[in-house]
Write a protein that binds this ligand. Structure first.
Ligand code: R5P
Length: 303
């Protein structure tokens, strides 16, 4: 009946044309199921193969961090420039419009505050709630060498089992305890353990010496964690160094939302991550946007 309606009399089966069977674009992710790959492709942009994640989950252990006092006021305007938001379910439900259309990387571990031993975390989200929130991934800290190392690794493996059941990837976050040396040797150990035990992608810090060995020896994508606030030019160089040495993106928080001009900064980081813009050009771009926006604000206030 449908064929009659279109008026076509012949069918075309392209019998000489082999069906397409393309590899998934993301490192180490080819054997994953469709739902898992779909979620990863919301986080990592297929065009560049990289991601700009905006990390705003700091409140889960340190309360209202500077720049995150009012997520509705300060963060929501930045959301359009990010590929994914890393945050807790509390902030997601209370402060982020569901219509924003961004991938959600849901903070799924927690427990201790900054007043206690941070490695003593538990799983803090049921996978069913992650599904209700349409999460594209769940994130869990892994404290290799920390006091509660085994417990945190067990949190990771339980979340990976839950994620595999429902097609939700897990981000293993390598948290470096106070008394540990943050160098390439340590990060190779931590990232590799997280990946071996099932993390679908890993977040870790940049180190100036040997970071490329950290990304090379991790069989799944590595995303760089931003770290404490540094001058904008340095943060843009950090992002560039990381993606040049194999990171498939950044998960940056304080260096964006604590910047003098957060919207200009996130746009500049975006250029670095997706276009590999040189850091000095990205800094010029940041300054131009910062002055334009400041000028526009003064103009509108005067008018
Ligand atoms: C990591 O465990 C935190 O929860 C943040 O997601 C992470 O530190 C990234 O944010 P920042 O760039 O501020 O370090």
């Amino acid at each position: 009946m449908a064929d009659l309606e279109t008026g076509r009399e012949t069918k075309e089966f392209y019998v000489d044309l082999p069906a397409k069977s393309e590899a998934f674009f993301l490192k180490g992710s080819n054997a994953l199921g469709w739902g898992m790959q779909d979620r990863l492709a919301r986080i990592f942009q297929p065009a560049s193969g990289r991601t700009l994640m905006l990390a705003i989950d700091h409140g889960y252990f340190q309360g209202p961090t500077s720049g995150l006092e009012r997520v509705d006021v300060n963060i929501v305007p930045l959301v359009p420039y990010a590929d994914a938001l890393m945050l807790t379910r509390g902030i997601l439900r209370s402060s982020i419009p569901a219509s924003c259309g961004k991938a959600v990387v849901l903070r799924a571990s927690g427990g201790p505050s900054i007043l206690k031993e941070l490695s003593n975390e538990q799983i803090a989200v049921d996978v069913e709630d992650a599904i209700r929130l349409n999460a594209s991934a769940m994130a869990v800290q892994v404290y290799i060498g920390g006091e509660f190392e085994t417990q945190s690794v067990h949190n990771l493996t339980r979340l990976v089992d839950a994620g595999n059941r429902y097609g939700i990837p897990v981000l293993g976050v390598t948290a470096v305890g106070r008394n540990l040396t943050r160098d390439a040797k340590y990060l190779r150990l931590a990232c590799r353990i997280a990946a071996e035990l099932g993390a679908h992608f890993v977040k870790t810090y940049f180190v100036p010496e040997g970071f490329e060995t950290v990304t090379a020896s991790c069989p799944v994508p590595v995303v760089m964690a931003g770290g404490k606030k540094i001058p904008e030019a340095d943060a843009l160089k950090l992002a560039h160094d990381a993606v040049s040495q194999g990171a498939l993106g950044v998960d940056m928080g304080r260096n964006i939302f604590q910047s003098e001009a957060p919207s200009a900064m996130i746009e500049a980081v975006r250029r670095v991550v997706h276009e590999m813009m040189k850091p000095e050009h990205a800094f010029d771009f940041y300054q131009t946007l910062k002055h334009e926006r400041r000028g526009a604000l003064v103009h509108s206030e005067a008018g």
